[in-house]
Design a protein around this ligand. Sequence first.
Ligand SMILES: *Cc1c(COP(=O)(O)O)cnc(C)c1O
Length: 227
Amino acid sequence: MDLHERIERVEARIMEACRRSGRSREDVQVIAVTKYVDLDATKRVIEEGFIHIGENRWQDARPKWEALGRQGIWHFIGHLQTNKVKDVIGKFDYIHSLDRISLARELDRKASEMELRVPCFIQVNVSGEESKYGLAPENLMPFVEQVGKLTQLDIIGLMTMAPYEAKSEQTRPVFAGLRRLRDELNGSGLLENKVKHLSMGMSNDFEIAIEEGATWIRLGSVLVGQH
Ligand SMILES: *Cc1c(COP(=O)(O)O)cnc(C)c1O
């Protein structure tokens, strides 16, 4: 299957999930995750109109970012080591993996030096799977209280990864859980601005994520392919 065909199939599935859940297609944005593919393939994805590009390691993203730069809008979706903040800051437009205060402070410090603001998603480990990064749900509110004091970070939403399930339906409680946490956060009054976004859903489970309120889905293999 070529890229164009994959896009059409994915698009039809997104539309159908939106229809089933009474949501509007414009409320769900797609991040094309290009971590498995090279610069040429990434270029084609952008030419097809998918300008939101997700990468999870700076080493892999670098040649693409250097060649394509502002043709894309860049989302850092992987675990971010504190000593790598200097590489990604000012290049990636969104950070989806804010999950600890040391990282928040380093992002804030570097952003302040560069006089920019960084839109961030807080990553929550809703499933409790040990292999997953992210805050434990019970630590979200105290974390937001601390992060709220930093001037350069804009918390715009929450992000999670569901465990891979052969039956994607089984991921539903994870996505519903993230939505509930967002609503609780908005009810808590801890943030000056309410957060709207839920970054959740990947190739295996994006339809369930849409049904549960995803505003950003992160699609790699199903959209971009593997190589
Ligand atoms: C790789 C990756 C994706 C995309 O994975 P697919 O299953 O190929 O769609 C999404 N989010 C994160 C955080 C990833 O690392």
